[in-house]
Write a protein that binds this ligand. Structure first.
Ligand code: AMP
Ligand code: MG
Length: 682
């Protein structure tokens, strides 16, 4: 997918208004490519097409500019309604170089044939060009202003406008010659003029049709080509065929226009993780915790689909888009207290005011109060016309038909302005927010009925180990109860995700593979415990390694043995250590933030704070340590044993003391970082 540009070379640093291209295969997009000028872009495309042709692959190449002009133009210019005649005509006349091109002169030359007042307008150069209006004043266009498809795609620009924000006219003039050459050279078929039987097809795209808001840190055009490429390459062949099924107008058509709903539904499917998302840089031995977290954060993205939920169903869900207030809060100015309302403030001294009959209570439609008079108003009532200030009832003396009070009182006192909390049209909640009680109130207050939310993240839990028996069953000598599964399932539930219990499996590779297959079918993420190291019975890491997409992350952390990270049938697997203490620690420190990200929420950085230590410890450098801890009398206590099999210590603790990578010497009173379990969302 290519986001084209009609301008000059944009320099070495990636910029928004340049050419951006992105290759995707089977629903997976590669990194977007910055192409600073059209010569480079044409070479890059030709090279790509050569490689793909040599490899025997089919290519659908999308370009974000019209392949044709409004009806009648091709014939008027070339004598033939064949759009390719116009492509060739332009190809012979356009002169292009990174530093500049003749598009304004050619547009003017065309205009002069039709009287010199249109169809093209806008001149990006300093010098005037005869026949090319700079503005639309005095503009005369002998052709339709827009193509039929553009009438159906609000927000598209007319191809006659050669410049200004969003304009597309220059892209067409500077794009069609390139397409003409590439079509000739590779025998490409251009949609919808030709049947797409060839291995290479050119299709007109319009990214704004499907791509929503741009994530932080992305250049808009780069994000758009990335998303459209991912979407189109992930389409099932029948779906793609359907979407390409349009009439054959000489003007061309935009892919997906007329089929927006279907396209949006498909676009809402989440992207898959890339195959190398868990790869470590070469030569890495022990990865510090902070680096491991940064790598995970950078490589993971939301994987859950998006659906619409009524506000009453949205709690516990993660917002997939920013929510715009449909109504201001408060919707009308109202009174914050019980009292008497009138217009304007009053200076110091005693004021006497006639009282009009009746009262304004919450829920009443605003009435009217004449100038100089006051009316009784009750908390929450919309202010009547003629009222902008309220005096507290406690400050008023009431007598027959009038009130008396002492000033000064400021204009607007004791009232709430329209939208002083949230204005209609404001972003009230940002995407990624999990809807809790407070957000439910806000959504209700701003009149929102439905919100796009992520589907819940389904997290499968698998315990591995020949020694394990089910909790509550009878254990023989040598056997132990499976403690990790109930622990992890409850953790997942508390973090707001959907636990999927996959049961246990012994140290048997075939059975484990089968269970992972089932888990990959039912879940978006798999947590295993046990068997994650590199020993004889460590089948989780062995299997993932066989599957070709696993990395053992030796993270410099205690407690915790290597964390096996991999993909099983495209589903990420976190292979946690078997010891319950290490399993929960690794799950909270590494899996919980990853789960938040996969679920569509921001990366989770648990908030800790410094407290004086209530213990003594000398820690060696080279790894981060998480001690089971709790706060008593303002000091952090730690569990007497650091043994990672001590399940009772997990229950004793209410959080972690996190000791840094470096060496530390701790005596009672030394400040240490304490992270309550609640900070992880437990
Ligand atoms: P592994 O990581 O498989 O070498 O296991 C490390 C230790 O954790 C061993 O002592 C296992 O018996 C224990 N362990 C493994 N899985 C569980 C589990 N689900 N519940 C309790 N202990 C376990
Ligand atoms: Mg084991």
């Amino acid at each position: 997918m290519v986001d084209w540009s009609g301008g000059n070379d944009t320099g070495p640093k990636p910029r928004a208004d340049a050419i951006w291209a992105c290759v995707a295969r089977m629903g997976r997009a590669e990194a977007p490519q910055y192409l600073r000028n059209r010569c480079l872009a044409e070479d890059w495309l030709a090279e790509l097409f050569e490689e793909e042709q040599a490899a025997g692959r089919r290519v659908l190449a999308g370009f974000d500019f019209p392949f044709g002009y409004p009806a009648g133009f091709a014939k008027a210019v070339t004598g033939s309604a064949d759009p390719f005649a116009l492509w060739a005509w332009l190809e012979r006349r356009i002169e292009d170089a990174p530093a500049g091109n003749n598009r304004f002169d050619l547009a003017a030359e065309i205009n002069r044939r039709f009287g010199g007042k249109g169809p093209f307008w806008f001149n990006g150069l300093k010098r005037d060009i005869e026949g090319l209006p700079r503005r639309k004043t005095g503009y005369v266009n002998p052709f339709p202003e827009r193509r039929a498809v553009e009438e159906r795609a609000p927000g598209t620009f007319s191809c006659w406008q050669l410049g200004g924000t969003g304009a597309v006219g220059s892209q067409v003039l500077m794009g069609l010659p390139v397409l003409a050459r590439l079509r000739q050279r590779f025998g490409a078929a251009a949609w919808p003029f030709e049947r797409l039987d060839n291995w290479l097809a050119f299709v007109e795209i319009w990214p704004s049709l499907t791509v929503g808001s741009v994530p932080d840190g992305w250049i808009r055009d780069a994000w758009q080509v990335h998303e459209v490429a991912r979407l189109v390459s992930g389409l099932a062949p029948e779906k793609l065929q359907n979407l390409l099924n349009v009439e054959n107008p000489e003007e061309g058509w935009i892919f997906g226009v007329g089929q927006e709903d279907e396209l949006r539904q498909i676009a809402a499917q989440p992207p898959r993780l890339s195959n190398d998302c868990f790869a470590l840089p070469p030569g890495v031995n022990w990865t510090p915790v902070e680096d491991a977290l940064h790598m995970l954060e950078a490589r993971l993205h939301p994987v859950t689909g998006i659906e619409t939920a009524g506000v009453d169903q949205a709690t516990g869900r993660v917002l997939a888009e920013d929510v715009i207030a449909e109504r201001s809060n408060p919707p009308l100015p109202n009174t914050a207290v019980d009292g008497y309302g009138f217009a304007g403030g009053r200076g110091p001294g005693v004021h006497r005011m006639p009282l009009v009959s009746g009262r304004a209570a919450a829920g009443d439609a605003p009435g009217q109060v004449r100038e100089g008079a006051a009316q009784r108003v009750l908390t929450g009532a919309a202010l009547p016309d003629g009222v902008d200030t309220v005096v507290l009832q406690e400050d008023v003396t009431l007598s027959a038909g009038e009130i008396t009070f002492r000033g000064p009182i400021k204009p607007g006192a004791n009232t709430r302005r329209t939208g002083e909390d949230v204005q209609q049209g404001d972003v009230a909640l940002t995407r990624g927010t999990r809807v809790g009680p407070a957000e439910a109130a806000l959504l209700a207050a701003i009149g929102v009925r439905q919100v796009p939310v992520h589907k819940p993240l389904r997290v499968a839990v698998v315990s591995t180990g020949a020694e394990l028996v089910e909790a509550g069953a009878t254990a023989a000598d040598g056997q132990i109860f499976d403690a990790n599964r109930p622990m992890l399932l409850e953790m997942i539930r508390r973090l707001g995700h959907q636990p999927v219990d996959m049961g246990r499996v012994g140290d048997d590779r075939a059975q484990l593979a089968q269970l992972l297959d089932q888990a990959a079918d039912q879940a978006d993420l798999i947590l295993t415990s046990g068997g994650a190291s590199a020993g004889d019975e460590d089948h989780v890491s062995a299997l993932l390694k066989e599957a070709g997409a696993m990395t053992l992350w030796r993270i410099a952390v205690k407690p915790g043995r290597p964390l096996a990270l991999g993909l099983w049938s495209d589903v990420p697997v976190f292979g946690l250590p078997g010891n319950p203490v290490a399993a929960l620690t690794c799950a909270l420190v590494f899996a919980a933030p990853a789960m938040a990200r996969l679920a569509g929420a921001p990366w989770l950085t648990p908030q800790g704070f410094e407290v004086p230590a209530g213990f003594t410890k000398a820690k060696k450098p080279g790894r981060t340590e998480f001690l089971r801890a709790r706060i008593r009398d303002g000091r952090a206590e730690v569990f007497l044993s650091e043994g990672s099999g001590r399940v009772s210590g997990l229950s004793w603790a209410e959080g972690f003391v996190e000791l840094p990578h470096e060496a530390v010497e701790i005596t009672p009173g030394t400040p240490v970082r304490y992270i309550p379990f609640g900070s992880f969302g437990l």
